[in-house]
Ligand binder design. Structure first.
Ligand code: ANZ
Ligand code: ZN
Length: 808
C-alpha cells in the first residue's frame, strides 16, 4: 500500500521534532570547522513574509544545509530588523503603535519562518528594537564618538517631505526617498554624521574579500575615487571693500585633467561656494544678479541641477590662469556642485561636454582643443603636482589630491521608531556621550509618535525625558532627541548573534573570532551601497578600536535576485503580491522552496508562476513513489530473481557510474550555488531511476538513499521522512554528503607574490580550476597596484600553497 505524500503532516511533524531536538543550535565555543552562513535578517513588515524571502532564505538555507553535510558546523541565525522608518510608516498607515505592532509582526514572521523548515539557530534570535540589543547600538555610537568618528555639523542635507526626516545620501535613490519614493528636498540642518569618508580608501580595497562583482562595482562607483589636482587661480585685481582677511585670494579648482589647463576659458563657482557670498557683499555690477541666481539655485535639487541644461550668471570677477596669465571670467553656475571637489572648476569647453554646453549657452570662448604633445610639454602632472613650462622654466601650479564622491553618513532621523542617539548637551560641560552604565537610553513610550515635520523628532516633545541631569556635573542638561538610522542597527547584528545571552558585553571577542569573517553572506543587490557598505565601515572602525576581531566582516558576499509576478515587482497597490502562506499551506514548504529555486539562476530576477509549484509537487510525488512503493522495489527484485543470480554485484558497473555522475553534478552545482541546475540534475536522476531496469536490490536501495540524500538540502522535510521510511539511521541532515566524486567548496588561502614578494592573499575554492585561480590572483587589487601596469610574463601556481606572478 502506497502511503500518500501529505506535505502538511510531514512538515509539521518534522518541524516539531527538529525543534524539540534543538536542531540548528550550534555550540559556538567548540566548533571544529566553523562556517558562518549569514542571510540578511528581515524587516518584519506587518504584511508578513514575502515570497521573495522564501526564495532568498530557501537558497541560503539549502547552501547552509549542504555545507553542514560536507562536515562544517554551520551557524545560521535569524533575527528581526524591526526599527526604522519602514516599520513606523506601516504603523502610521494602519493606525497602530509600533510598540504594539512590532512584537506582533515578529511573532508572525517567526511562525512563517519556522514553516520554511530552514535550519536556523532559533536559540539566538535578535530583535533590534529590544533594549538588550539597542543598548549596544548606542554603545557603538559612543565608541565612534569618542574616537572622533561621530560628529555633529550643519550641512545641506536630504529631507523627505513625506517621511519628515533627513536621510543619508545612500538612501536617496534617483532623487527620491528610498522608503516612500517621494522626491527629496534639501535643507540646511545640524545633524549627526559618521565619518565613513575616512575609510574611503580602505573600503575600495576588495583584495581580501570575495564579493559578487555587482557589489564591488556599485561600491566603487558610489565611493567614486578621483585622482586629480587642485590648482589655484589668483583672483584678478584682488582689492576689495570687504574684510579680505577671511577671504582667500585665489579660487582653488579641482580637476582630473590638469593637462587641459591651457584650454581653460572660464572659472565656475558653485552657488554655495563661500566666495559667492563675498561677491554679493562686495556689491559689484553683477551682485544683484548673483544673489538672485544663488537663491534660485538653492531651491533646485542636486539631480535636477546636474541633469538640466546648464544655467549660470557672470560674477564680474576675473581669475588668472596660472599657466599663461590669462584673465578668465568667473561665473556662478549650479551644474558645479558645492559638495564635490572644491566646489569650483576651470571650464574647458574644448574637452568637457558640460563646459562646452555652458560656453555655448553663454557665448563664452570654446578655446582650442589641442592637448600639447608630449615632446612639447607645457603641462606636467607627476608625483610633485601640476607644473607648467612658461618663460623658459617649470613652475608648480597645483598639487595632487584624491577626491571621493562618498559623503559622511548622516545618521540623525527626526523620527520616533529608533534608538535615541545617546548624547547629552550640558551648558557647562558641552556635548557628552551617555556613559556606559546609563545605557540603554530607553525610547520613551509616546502615544503621539507621528513625525513633527519641524526638523526635530517627536521625542523633543517629551520634556521629562529630554531634561536629564548632566552625566558629568549633575547640572541641568538635555538629551539629543533624534534617533539613529536603522542601518546602524543592522551594521553589526551578525556580531550580536553570537552573544544573545549576554548583557555585559555586545559580543565576546574570543567566541566571535573563529566565526568572523562571515563565510557566506546572502543579500539583496539593493543593499550594495547601503547596508553592505555601512557594515564594512562599522567593522573596520570597530576593528581599529580593538573591539572586533576583523576589519572585513564578510569573506564572501553573494546576491539573490528579486521575484517578480508577470514581470513586475510585487506590490500591494498593483495587487500582484504572492502570499507564500497560501502556497506553503497547499503544496508544502519543500515544493514552494524548490519551485522558487528552480526558476533560474539564484542571483537573477525571476518570475513566479503557479505552474512551477505544481510541477515541483509532481516531482516530489515521483520521488515519494520511488522510495515508498514497495512494488517498484519488489519489481526490481523480481527482475533480479529472473536472472537467476541473487548475487549480481551491486557495484561498480552501471549504477555506480551513473549515480556517481549525478552526485557529482548536484555537488558541483550546489557548491557554486547554481540551485536550479542542481534541481535539474535531481530530476534527471529520479527519471533515470524510475526507468532503470533490473537494478540489483542492493543498488536499487542505495540509489534511493542517494536520491533522498541529495534532495535533503532543498526539501528537508520530505527527505527526512523518506530517509526514515527507507530505514536510514539517524537524520538525513546528519548523514555525510554522498561521496562519489563529491567535492566540497573548501576554501584555501593562497599567498600571491609579485616577483617574489607577497602582496596579498586570496581565497580560492577547491573546485576552482587553475585558470580561474590565476585570473583571480592577477585581478586582485593589491597585485594590480604592485604591477603598476607592467605586463605579466608568467603565473606559477603551487597548488594549495602559493601563486607567484612574474613580470618581465
Ligand atoms: C577640467 C576638465 C577638463 C575636467 C576635461 C574634465 C574633463 P570626476 O572624474 O567625476 O571626479 N568637476 C570638479 N569639481 C566639480 C564639481 N564640484 N561639480 C561639477 N563638476 C566638477 O570629475 C572631475 C571633473 O569634474 C573635474 O575635471 C572637473 O572638470 C569637474 F576635459 O576639470 B574637469
Ligand atoms: Zn554638565
Amino acid at each position: 500500500m502506497i502511503k500518500e505524500y501529505n506535505p502538511h503532516d510531514i512538515e509539521a511533524r518534522w518541524q516539531a521534532r527538529w525543534a524539540a531536538a534543538g536542531r540548528g543550535t550550534i555550540d559556538l565555543d567548540h566548533a571544529a570547522r566553523p562556517f558562518y552562513n549569514l542571510m540578511e535578517f528581515p524587516y518584519p513588515s506587518g504584511e508578513g513574509l514575502h515570497v521573495g524571502h522564501v526564495f532568498s532564505f530557501g537558497g541560503a538555507d539549502t547552501y547552509g544545509r549542504f555545507m553542514r553535510r560536507c562536515g562544517y558546523e554551520v551557524f545560521q541565525p535569524i533575527g528581526y530588523d524591526a526599527f526604522g522608518i519602514h516599520s513606523e510608516n506601516y504603523a502610521l498607515k494602519v493606525g497602530a503603535h509600533p510598540h504594539d505592532l512590532t512584537p506582533r509582526a515578529i511573532a508572525r514572521f517567526r511562525t512563517q519562518l519556522r514553516r520554511l523548515g530552514a535550519a536556523f539557530d532559533w536559540s539566538r534570535e535578535v530583535d533590534t528594537t529590544d533594549p538588550r540589543y539597542y543598548r549596544w547600538t548606542q554603545w557603538i555610537f559612543t565608541r565612534l564618538y569618542k574616537a572622533g568618528l561621530a560628529y555633529r555639523a550643519a550641512a545641506l542635507v536630504n529631507w523627505c517631505p513625506s517621511c519628515k526626516t533627513v536621510l543619508a545620501n545612500e538612501q536617496v535613490v534617483e532623487g527620491c526617498c528610498e522608503r516612500c519614493d517621494t522626491p527629496m528636498a534639501q535643507r540646511e540642518m545640524t545633524q549627526w554624521f559618521l565619518r565613513i569618508t575616512q575609510y574611503a580608501e580602505r573600503l575600495l580595497d576588495f583584495s581580501q574579500v570575495d564579493f559578487a562583482p555587482a557589489v564591488i562595482k556599485r561600491q566603487q562607483a558610489w565611493i567614486g575615487r578621483s585622482a586629480g589636482a587642485e590648482i589655484d587661480f589668483q583672483i584678478a585685481d584682488f582689492s576689495l571693500p570687504i574684510d579680505a582677511s577671511e577671504l582667500q585670494s585665489a579660487i582653488t579648482v579641482f580637476t582630473t585633467r590638469p593637462d587641459t589647463l591651457f584650454g581653460a576659458t572660464f572659472v565656475v563657482l558653485a552657488p554655495e561656494h563661500p566666495l559667492v557670498a563675498h561677491i554679493i557683499a562686495a556689491g559689484g555690477p553683477q551682485a544683484a544678479d548673483v544673489r538672485a541666481y544663488a537663491e534660485q539655485a538653492a531651491r533646485r535639487l542636486e539631480l535636477e541641477r546636474q541633469q538640466s541644461a546648464p544655467t549660470g550668471v557672470f560674477s564680474s570677477w576675473y581669475a588668472i590662469n596660472p599657466a599663461n596669465g590669462e584673465r578668465l571670467p568667473v561665473w556662478v553656475a549650479d551644474y558645479v556642485l558645492a559638495s564635490y571637489g572644491t566646489g569650483a572648476i576651470m571650464g574647458v569647453p574644448a574637452h568637457d561636454d558640460r563646459d562646452r554646453r555652458f560656453a555655448e549657452a553663454y557665448n563664452l570662448p570654446i578655446g582650442n582643443d589641442r592637448v600639447p604633445p608630449a615632446d612639447d610639454q607645457r603641462v606636467r602632472f607627476d608625483d610633485q603636482g601640476v607644473q607648467v613650462y612658461t618663460n623658459g622654466q617649470w613652475s608648480l601650479v597645483g598639487r595632487r589630491v584624491v577626491r571621493y564622491r562618498l559623503r559622511d553618513w548622516l545618521i540623525s532621523r527626526q523620527r520616533y521608531w529608533g534608538p535615541p542617539i545617546p548624547i547629552v548637551y550640558c551648558a557647562a560641560c558641552g556635548t557628552l556621550p551617555v556613559p556606559d552604565e546609563q545605557l540603554p537610553v530607553l525610547l520613551p513610550p509616546l502615544a503621539e509618535f507621528r513625525p513633527t515635520g519641524a526638523g526635530v523628532s517627536p521625542l523633543a516633545t517629551v520634556a521629562e525625558w529630554v531634561n536629564t541631569p548632566c552625566p558629568q556635573c549633575g547640572g541641568p542638561a538635555t538629551r539629543e532627541t533624534d534617533v539613529s538610522d536603522n542601518f546602524l542597527d543592522s551594521a553589526w547584528y551578525f556580531m550580536r548573534y553570537t552573544a544573545t545571552e549576554r548583557d555585559d558585553v555586545a559580543w565576546d571577542v574570543a567566541r566571535l573570532t573563529p566565526w568572523l569573517p562571515v563565510d557566506m553572506y546572502t543579500g539583496g543587490p539593493e543593499h550594495a551601497t547601503m547596508h553592505h557598505l555601512y557594515a564594512r565601515f562599522i567593522s573596520m572602525a570597530l576593528h581599529d578600536l580593538g573591539l572586533s576581531p576583523v576589519a572585513e566582516p564578510f569573506a564572501r558576499l553573494r546576491l539573490h535576485g528579486t521575484i517578480t509576478r508577470a514581470g513586475r515587482k510585487m506590490s500591494k497597490s498593483r495587487g500582484n503580491v504572492v502570499n507564500p502562506d497560501d502556497y506553503i499551506a497547499r503544496y508544502g514548504a519543500d515544493a514552494t522552496r524548490m519551485a522558487l529555486l528552480f526558476l533560474g539562476p539564484f542571483d537573477e530576477d525571476a518570475d513566479f508562476s503557479d505552474r512551477g509549484v505544481v510541477g515541483m509537487t509532481r516531482f516530489l510525488l515521483r520521488v515519494w513513489e520511488l522510495c515508498t512503493d514497495s512494488r517498484q522495489l519488489a519489481t526490481d527484485g523480481a527482475r533480479l530473481m529472473a536472472t537467476g543470480d541473487p548475487d549480481v554485484p551491486a557495484a561498480p558497473d552501471h549504477w555506480s557510474e551513473v549515480g556517481g555522475r549525478f552526485v557529482a553534478r548536484v555537488t558541483e552545482s550546489l557548491a557554486a550555488r547554481r540551485f536550479h541546475t542542481a534541481i535539474a540534475a535531481l530530476m534527471e536522476y529520479a527519471n533515470w531511476l524510475r526507468g532503470a531496469d533490473a537494478l540489483p536490490p542492493a543498488a536499487a536501495v542505495e540509489a534511493r538513499y542517494t536520491l533522498v540524500s541529495l534532495l535533503a538540502p532543498f526539501a528537508p522535510h520530505i527527505a527526512e521522512e523518506l530517509w526514515a521510511q527507507l530505514g536510514g539511521t539517524g537524520s538525513v541532515h546528519d548523514a555525510p554528503w554522498p561521496a562519489a566524486h563529491a567535492q566540497t567548496e573548501r576554501m584555501h588561502e593562497l599567498a600571491v607574490q609579485v616577483d617574489g614578494r607577497v602582496r596579498t592573499r586570496i581565497r580560492v575554492a577547491a573546485t576552482d580550476d587553475a585558470e580561474a585561480v590565476r585570473a583571480a590572483a592577477v585581478a586582485a587589487a593589491a597585485v594590480q597596484v604592485a604591477l603598476a601596469g607592467r605586463p605579466v610574463q608568467r603565473v606559477i601556481v603551487v597548488p594549495g600553497r602559493i601563486i607567484n606572478i612574474v613580470t618581465g
